[in-house]
Design a protein around this ligand. Structure first.
Ligand code: BV8
Ligand code: ZN
Length: 246
């Protein structure tokens, strides 16, 4: 007998999943929610830190105005993240990568939890909190073992470093969006998991996949601006739904 949750995955989706050769998954903050990572939006709320909406502190303008405040915000977030582990949604996605001839994982998340679950070649559209980048020579540094106070300086050129994360008003890493868009154009099945789908250009990935004829499946407890054009909406938590596939 099927459980109530199992029945939300349609027979059509199960068949497409079994036959697909080229699958793309786009994830957002919701995929990490059950690991304990707070989302930015959703449930009618917007994240706020020290009285500042997150899109003010996480902005290119704030890097110019107050880089040490930006570091404080990201140090706080790394402090939260270092105690957290991937959940069943990250694990399900990692297990899919060898199931299809072609598999692409595109994430807006900066938490590194997909890689921690074993996903390879993750296309990180918005960077990674575990890296710093020099604002002059663009050299990158791993922050996992780093210990510093204030604004860290580049070991090569001595300039200020910043979190290697794409903030509002900033360009994505060179080639990252183009690579993701190319994968979207060729996939047959596109999962859109745990994203409010309001931040561009990331939110255009499923639009590109749809325009190229892919079957679009959204996994989210809430509706989003993408919901109306999805072929299937799996309403619920990613860590409960994704393990039902495969
Ligand atoms: C750019 C990284 C070109 C750092 C982030 C109008 C005005 C001003 C700007 C714009 C505009 N229109 C477009 C723009 C551009 C702007 C943008 O899109 N703004 C929107 C919001 C209006 N985009 C940019 O600035 C981008 N760059 O366009 O460059 C350019 C540049 C300069 C000049 C000209 C052109 C760069 C965007 C990068 C933003 N970076 N953060 C950090 O982490 O601090 S944003 C932030 O949002 C997140 O990091 C994440 O990456 C991104 C998307 O969020 P989601 O992942 O979707 O998460 P969210 O919390 O929103 O939603 C969670 C979802 O999960 C909800 O739907 C919820 O229901 C669901 N959920 C909850 N629990 C679960 C669940 N789902 C499943 N299971 C669960 N258990
Ligand atoms: Zn440097």
């Amino acid at each position: 007998m099927q459980t109530k949750t199992k029945s939300i995955v349609s027979g059509e989706l199960q068949a497409r999943f079994a036959q697909a050769t080229n699958v793309l998954v786009l994830t957002g903050a919701g995929v990490s929610a059950e690991s304990g990572v707070p989302t930015f939006r959703g449930g009618g709320k917007t994240a706020v830190w020290k009285g500042m909406p997150f899109d003010v502190i996480s902005s290119g303008a704030m890097v110019e105005r107050d880089l040490s405040a930006v570091w404080e915000w990201f140090n706080y977030r790394r402090g939260v993240l270092k105690r957290l582990k991937p959940n069943a949604a990250h694990e399900a996605i990692a297990s899919w990568q060898d199931q299809f001839n072609e598999f692409s994982l595109v994430t807006q998340n900066v938490d590194g939890l997909h890689a921690a679950a074993g996903s390879r070649d993750v296309i990180e559209l918005h960077g990674n909190v575990w890296r710093a980048r020099c604002i002059s020579c663009q050299g990158q540094y791993d922050l996992r073992e780093a210990n510093f106070e204030g604004v860290p300086l580049c070991f090569d050129c001595g300039s200020f470093m910043r979190p290697d994360v794409v903030l509002f008003g900033e360009m994505l890493p060179p080639g990252a969006f183009e690579q993701a868009a190319g994968k979207a154009k060729s996939c047959e099945l596109c999962f859109v998991v745990g994203t409010s789908a309001v931040v561009y250009p990331a939110a255009s990935i499923p639009e590109i996949a749809r325009a190229a004829g892919a079957y679009i499946v959204e996994v989210n407890p809430e509706h989003t601006p993408l919901s109306h054009f999805c072929d299937e909406m799996l309403t619920g938590k990613a860590a409960e739904i994704l393990p039902l596939l495969g």
